[in-house]
Design a protein around this ligand. Structure first.
Ligand SMILES: *Cc1c(COP(=O)(O)O)cnc(C)c1O
Ligand SMILES: [Zn+2]
Length: 433
């Protein structure tokens, strides 16, 4: 059935699209299925749609070998993603297979004995995890015949869309709150697409984009996180796949994930579940923890209050990439944190800065504010006895500190400025002896 919930973007007369193992869209709330298309809300109950698959049926060993023989990017998992089988040959930014760093120095500092790892997604092409979700959305945009790639962004997504559109040969026009960090603005603009600053916060930007989709002005536009959202979301599953593969095809015991809209967290859980179902990892319990900044903590507040619904907030935090006051997937994050025995917690901006510097000082990884939020929450939950230091724990660093220099620039400056002479250096007291 070709139900259209988005005016103007109809593809119902087009031949069946080839998105590999993706079989249909299904409603997360009522389970109703729809043909693959640029849809995001269930026509019956308005629940969010997600991709349903015909997953591979061979033996786990065969599938594992096939994945391991694949390219060193997310396309090694193409049999589990809504992309055509020949995706690796198409012009795309090919993100993924970023480093899983065994963070022994950090572990010592935090008292973790069970193994602490940082999944460092600053190593992606535009230096954030958003390249993963955009790479998938680009394939959907191609399949549905969209000519302009767009998004509402808290910063990183705009850059990822700009870069991916440039590589794919698509036009791009992206929307951001007008007051983002300079690093994010430049990163979004440099790829040559259109960049529009909206006078408002992210939730205003998002509302504007929803209006644009329903208007003839937005005809032919693929908004990666709105009308392509079901496909976009699947990109985050690759974090789950990579972490397990890099741990030797094993689930982590605990994982700490930042929350903006909550999409990434819910899809990492989906990725773990798929690996279990496919027999690629042993079915063992794992706990998922969500991280927010205190200045934008609607999901954390709901978790602590025992609520099932998330009350929107007006964001005010330095962690702008996570500043979504009305997170679409908030209720699902609550479900997952509770189901797995995890938690959702928040930290102050000061703790965010401390955590950015802690990660840099102990492991040589310069994360952005979202990374500071995630590590800050990890530390807080270890100190509170909620995260078990004796278990294997993975912390995500989802972006690059170079994009949020302001967060640490006041306290990260030259130790001394001296004349180019040994006397001056001696006087500065920095010599080893
Ligand atoms: C977008 C983003 C996230 C999380 O986004 P979700 O909307 O929750 O999927 C995390 N970290 C960074 C750096 C981001 O840009
Ligand atoms: Zn439904």
């Amino acid at each position: 059935m070709a139900v259209q919930t988005v005016a103007g973007n109809t593809t119902s007369s087009a031949p069946a699209v080839d998105l590999g193992p993706a079989a249909a869209l299904s409603c997360r709330e009522c389970g109703e299925r729809f043909d693959l298309g640029p849809l995001f809300a269930c026509a019956s109950c308005f629940g969010p749609l997600e991709v349903a698959y015909d997953l591979p049926t061979g033996s786990p060993e065969e599938l594992r070998k096939r994945i391991e023989a694949g390219p060193d990017n997310i396309w090694r998992y193409a049999p589990l993603l809504p992309v055509p089988a020949d995706v690796a040959e198409k012009p795309n930014i090919n993100p993924g297979f970023t480093k899983l760093v065994k963070a022994d120095n950090l572990a010592r500092e935090l008292g973790v004995t069970g193994g602490l790892y940082v999944k460092d997604d600053s190593g992606n092409p535009t230096h954030s995890f958003k390249d993963r979700v955009v790479a998938i959305a680009v394939e959907a945009a191609r399949a549905f015949g969209f000519t302009t790639l767009s998004c509402s962004s808290t910063g990183n997504l705009a850059g990822a869309v700009g870069a991916a559109a440039a590589r794919a040969g698509l036009r791009s026009c992206v929307f951001i709150p007008h007051d983002l960090e300079q690093g994010k603005v430049v990163m979004a603009a440099v790829y040559g697409g259109e960049l529009v600053g909206i006078e408002g916060n992210y939730d205003d930007v998002n509302r504007f984009c929803s209006e644009l989709i329903g208007d003839p002005l937005g005809e032919g536009w693929g908004f990666v996180n709105v009308n392509l959202r079901p496909y976009y979301g699947e990109g985050s599953k690759t974090l789950a796949y990579e972490i397990c593969e890099q741990l030797g095809w094993r689930l982590p015991d605990q994982i700490v994930i930042p929350i903006a809209s909550g999409s990434q967290l819910t899809k990492i859980d989906k990725g773990f579940q798929e690996l279990i179902k496919l027999g690629l990892v042993e079915d063992r319990p794992y706990k998922i923890f969500g991280a927010q900044a205190e200045g934008c903590s609607p999901v954390s507040a709901a978790f602590k209050a025992g609520h099932d619904v998330v009350r929107p907030q007006k964001p005010n935090t330095i962690a702008k990439s996570l500043a979504i006051g009305n997170p679409a997937d908030g209720p699902y994050v609550l479900d997952i944190a509770r189901r797995t025995g995890g938690a959702v917690e928040d930290v102050t901006d000061e703790q965010v800065v401390d955590a950015i510097k802690l990660l840099a000082r102990t492991e040589g990884i310069f994360g952005e504010t979202a990374g500071g939020v995630t590590l800050g929450v990890t530390k807080k939950l270890i100190d509170a006895g909620v995260i078990d230091p004796a278990l294997t724990t993975v912390v995500l660093n989802t972006g690059d500190g170079l994009k949020t220099l302001d967060a640490v620039s006041a306290t990260s400056q030259a130790t001394a400025t001296i004349k180019p002479s040994l006397d001056a250096f001696r006087a500065a007291g920095l010599a080893a002896n």
